[in-house]
Design a protein. Sequence first.
Length: 123
Amino acid sequence: MTNRLANVWRAAARLIACAASAALLAHALPAAAAKRIIVIGNMQFHPSTVVVERGDKLVWVNRDLVPHTATAAGMFDSAAIAQGGSWSYRASTPGRYAYGCSLHPGMKAVLIVEKKRGRPASR
Ligand SMILES: [Cu+2]
């Protein structure tokens, strides 16, 4: 009985240790270019504010019933993304960009591109 309990505790401890090392590993990994997905649904961008680092790839996926765009004047423009379609863009210039859907003026969101951590701002 106590033996079985001890085994359960040991298994639990192993699970926790495993989860902890996985978390540590994820934290320690170098900041490679990440991919961020923005889902368009119900006439909204989800999430409505996204913070990425320069070099990260953004993918807008249209899960809505009508076409939408991801448009930041002078910065990027997806053109119409069909229902079920997607469009990707690599964030290159740090800054804060208000963007929206050119087909539905009420759809607004913000993209914030930060400089890559641990790298000089310019070379
Ligand atoms: Cu739209």
